[in-house]
Design a protein. Structure first.
Length: 138
């Protein structure tokens, strides 16, 4: 766990200094939260992570668009559904992404990581789609 958390922090530095207007940092935050949420995590964390992964992987939203959707959702909603997260949350981890050289290859690996995590958690697809539609995000 500590090695993955360290890799996550390094990826945060990488993405926050990236300069990409798409704001790929949002993808890293969402993928990591979805993989590491546990019983002590407030429900808003997994909910936002699943929303972000869904919007990015299935709807093609940029990180900036995901961030704006999170902000709109937070203004509209007061309670958050609890999502049962399986033990398997994707084969890729922050460590796998960090092992890829920085630049286009690592950026692609971040997308691959998001797809890996979302695929493992896509059992919640309908609930996330419903949540976004109920709150006029989609």
């Amino acid at each position: 766990m500590a090695a993955d958390e360290d890799a996550y922090h390094e990826l945060c530095v990488y993405t926050l200094t990236h300069g990409d207007p798409a704001f790929i940092h949002q993808y890293v935050v969402d993928a990591y939260m979805a993989q590491h949420a546990d019983a002590t995590t407030k429900p808003v964390g997994p909910a936002f992570a699943l929303v972000g992964l869904y919007l990015h992987v299935e709807k093609g939203f940029s990180g900036k668009q995901v961030q704006l959707a999170h902000m709109r959702l937070a203004r509209r909603r007061r309670g958050w559904p609890a999502f049962a997260l399986p033990a398997d949350r994707g084969a890729m981890t922050a460590r796998d992404v960090l092992a890829v050289p920085g630049g286009v290859e690592r950026d692609r690996a971040i997308d691959d990581w998001c797809r890996s995590v979302w695929t493992a958690l896509s059992v919640h697809r309908q609930a996330i789609d419903d949540l976004l539609r109920e709150n006029a995000i989609l």
